[in-house]
Design a protein around this ligand. Structure first.
Ligand code: EPU
Length: 337
């Protein structure tokens, strides 16, 4: 374990923003993590996983702890389910591919999501009708203050739409070190009702898909809509889809009859922020070296050399414009630092 100084964080955030960390350490085992947490000279700490849900707007004075805890293990099996534990530093998509190679079902709809296993519960990642909470069994986390290891069962995580206890009440208090998933070994439950998946499976001429084929369909959809962070800096959806009162929706619908929506409850609907942003004229808009992605208006992109502040400014303009045109508030999904 070596603490480095003045390290560029560019390789460690998928937006590719070049800010400097005053102190930086890579952690690949729990003993080193405990040691580093005990260091008195670095009271401020910033935990980085896959760096896929963060916008860095300034240099970081804190000690950046890059979590690279690796390892996947099968904890237990029943006749048709399996508990699989993955350490926090495993790359999410590689882990999904590992589960598919063992014919374990449950993660296929969440193929190709950027980031690491350890950060997946924080915002309850989700895609194409499945959310992490659907296959989440538990996670282990170290309390930064007491250094005690706590096991969080599903209920304790308070999962919501792109939300969990780790984003509010327990924010900044824990480092998730591993996540355990409950997956199926046979009679997999497929989630293929999502429009884009139906169309993609049809195009693939698949009528009775396997979990591998669902994964292939999701990968194809994501590749066609979402920019590859290795090529164009981005952090997936920058905003959450707003959940609004039905009355607000009906009022907006009068002025915009083609406004799409998804039911959430008796009284609330979810509106795709991508639609609002496109309607407001931002889709594909480029301001020098940053802008709004051409295929998915929910994604802000860094074409290379943009600052976090540039992206933040653009996001604020988008939020204000959406508020003005539709009277709807959109919140960022990405952590802004
Ligand atoms: N839409 C537009 N224009 C756009 C983008 C979207 O009009 O430029 C409208 C269309 O009506 C479309 C609808 O939005 O039918 C939904 O679009 P899409 O299926 O692409 O999904 P999304 O709501 O924009 C959410 C997640 C994505 C996830 C997809 C698929 C959020 C904030 N985003 O996007 O997650 O991949 O559904 O399930 O919930 C992420 O969180 O980083 C992410 C990529």
């Amino acid at each position: 374990m070596k603490i480095q100084h003045n390290v560029s964080l560019k390789p460690y955030n998928t937006f590719g923003i070049d800010v400097v960390a005053k102190h930086f350490v890579t952690i690949s085992n729990l003993e080193d993590l405990e040691k580093v947490l005990a260091l008195k000279e670095y009271p401020e700490k910033l935990i980085l996983g896959g760096g896929s849900n963060i916008l860095l707007t300034k240099d970081v004075d804190a000690l950046v702890i890059l979590i690279r805890l690796k390892g996947i293990s099968i904890i237990s099996k029943t006749d048709d389910t399996v508990l699989v534990k993955a350490n926090a530093g495993e790359n999410w998509h590689e882990f999904v591919l590992w589960t598919l190679s063992h014919n374990f079902g449950g993660l296929e709809n969440m193929s190709l999501i950027p980031g690491n296993v350890g950060t997946s519960p924080i915002q309850n990642i989700g895609a194409y009708g499945v959310e992490l909470k659907d296959i989440f069994e538990s996670c282990e986390a170290i309390n930064l203050k007491t250094k005690a290891i706590t096991v969080f069962k599903k209920e304790a995580c308070e999962f919501g739409y792109r939300n969990s206890i780790f984003k509010h009440r327990a924010k900044g208090q824990y480092i998730i070190t591993s996540v355990t998933f409950k997956l199926t070994t046979k009679n997999h439950t497929l989630h293929t009702n999502y429009g884009a998946i139906i169309a993609e499976l049809e195009a693939m001429q698949v009528t009775e898909p396997t979990i591998q084929e669902v994964s292939n369909a999701v990968i194809a959809i994501r590749k066609s809509k979402l920019p590859d962070p290795k090529k164009i800096g981005n952090s997936g959806s920058f905003f959450k889809n707003p959940v609004v009162d039905k009355s607000v929706y009906l009022e907006t619908l009068k002025q915009f009859p083609d406004l799409p929506s998804y039911p959430v409850s008796e009284t609330e609907v979810k509106i795709p922020a991508g639609w609002l942003i496109e309607k407001a004229g931002f889709k594909g808009k480029r301001l020098g070296n940053y802008g709004v992605h051409k295929n998915q208006a929910l994604v802000l992109v860094n074409y290379g050399g943009a600052t976090g502040y540039d992206i933040l400014k653009l996001s604020t303009i988008i939020q204000q414009t959406i508020q003005r045109i539709f009277n709807i508030t959109i919140e960022s999904e990405v952590n802004i630092l």
